[in-house]
Design a protein around this ligand. Structure first.
Ligand code: DLL
Length: 432
């Protein structure tokens, strides 16, 4: 059976990988210097010219990019190619103000799909497989990325997108899907629905590729057992391309980062200092092959550890651990990026004050979001029907902002505990 999609790259020697990185980084820095005035200015502010970057050893000299830069430069300020050379945009799941728009040339799409194809072959995918993609299609990168990867491998691709569980199960059974790609929480939900409907015997799945949100080893074992599959992690972010920046192999002990396209560093989130291998910190990526959206030293805010321990699968690319948290306050709920500031904006717009608490939990492997908000002296009511109406209005406004359902519970003024230090606004009860 084919073990690698691009064996010469995936099992290249460390020297070869470093040689690629050195050469591509130098070229990329020149590309960015010449085509992205926003970043050139940042380099100039540090007194740097492209000649100062001779290889990976000089990477630490370059300035960081953050989500704030992306917002400031929105929408076109970080493009490395004119619009006429771009063929696609994708965007993050966060909404209003927090949206990130990433641009792709045809070559960018091609290399991104290669990364997703590597992930599919790593879980045993071949042209004999039927690959059911139930990540969202559209602006979200999950569906389009894995769809492209599945085509490249030659699987029969079922472009299902997310939701509509009945239809998912019908195609899964009728067309005998063997690989499923979705968020881990949706996988758990599908598993539950399969058992409820007594369909377990009709399921031919052998592997799942689950990512876009944090999930635990316990959840892996649960899903593997209930679906009779092996469950693999996949990582990525819109800014850097989408799914497939890193993917798990048969060893299931971390995700290989596609180092021929992305150089990974781990930094101390407080000082920005690069940490030695094996230490936990914030993951930073430099894209060395992307043309249209060539981010250098992009701070992901994901906290993890890198390891170069030899992997039994034969791949030589560095492995990242599952992200262990974030260095900002972004929550990922049902795969959707949610910033507490978005919730606060809605509450204030709707005439409430910033006395609220966000409670996130995971019930039956599915995320739940509840917002408890104090009524104000002005809008206080003790009529249950009036409170019900006010809650319903907030649910609608939150849905419009976040794109997901949040349960709203209005409470009497002055009942949410005040804090003397930083307000405790988020209670995340999920055990991940
Ligand atoms: O979630 C891309 C993706 C799609 C990855 C499908 C995997 C599968 P964004 O919406 O831009 O892109 O969100 C990126 O999601 O910075 C992490 O915090 C989180 N994330 C992504 N994959 C994982 C994972 C897609 N496997 C943000 N485990 C990232 C934990 C993940 N967190």
């Amino acid at each position: 059976m084919k073990r690698y999609y691009q064996p010469e790259i995936e099992t290249a020697s460390r020297e070869q990988i470093l040689a690629w990185q050195n050469e591509r980084l130098v070229k990329q820095v020149h590309h960015v210097w010449e085509n992205v005035p926003y970043y050139r200015k940042k380099m100039e502010e540090k007194g740097l010219t492209p000649e100062d970057i001779k290889g990976v050893a000089d990477l630490h000299k370059l300035p960081f990019l953050t989500k704030d830069d992306l917002r400031e430069a929105y929408p076109y300020g970080l493009m490395g190619k004119p619009l006429k050379d771009c063929v696609r945009i994708q965007s993050t799941s966060g909404t209003t103000g927090k949206r990130v728009v990433a641009f792709y040339t045809q070559k960018d799409i091609d290399l991104w799909e290669d990364c997703c194809a590597r992930a599919i072959v790593a879980v045993g995918g071949t042209e004999e497989d039927v690959c059911q993609v139930c990540y969202g299609y559209g602006l979200f990168t999950g569906g389009p990325g894995l769809n492209g990867g599945s085509h490249k491998v030659g699987c029969l691709t079922l472009p299902m997108s997310s939701g509509n569980t009945d239809r998912q199960l019908q195609f899964m059974t009728d067309l005998e899907a063997t690989i499923i790609c979705c968020t881990p929480s949706y996988a758990a939900y599908l598993a539950e629905s399969i058992h409820e409907r007594g369909l377990r015997d009709q399921i031919k799945l052998k592997a799942g590729i689950f990512g876009a949100e944090a999930w635990s080893e316990e959840m892996r074992r649960d899903v593997e057992k209930s679906l009779g599959i092996r469950a693999y992690d996949i990582y990525g972010l819109t800014e850097i391309s989408g799914p497939g920046v890193a993917f798990e192999c048969e060893e299931q002990t971390g995700m290989h980062i596609n180092e021929d396209h992305f150089i990974a560093e781990i930094i101390d989130p407080n000082t920005g200092e690069v940490l030695p291998e094996g230490e936990k910190g914030e993951l930073v990526f430099t894209c060395i092959t992307k043309e249209a959206f060539p981010l250098l030293r992009y701070r992901t805010r994901d906290i993890c550890v890198l390891s170069r321990k030899k992997c039994s699968c034969g791949r030589t690319h560095v492995k990242m651990s599952k992200p262990m948290g974030r260095s900002d306050d972004m929550l990922i709920i049902k795969g959707v990026n949610v910033f507490p500031s978005q919730i606060e904006t809605v509450l204030l717009e709707q005439g409430y004050q910033a006395n609220y608490q966000i409670i996130v939990d995971r019930v039956n492997n599915s995320d739940t979001l509840e917002v408890q908000v104090e009524m104000t002296a002005e809008n206080f009511s003790d009529s249950l029907s009036k409170i019900g109406e006010m809650e319903k209005q907030l649910v609608g406004a939150l849905k419009a902002m976040l794109g997901i359902y949040a349960k709203v519970k209005l409470v009497a003024p002055k009942t949410i505990a005040r804090s003397e230090g930083k307000a405790v606004r988020i209670i995340d009860k999920r055990k991940i």
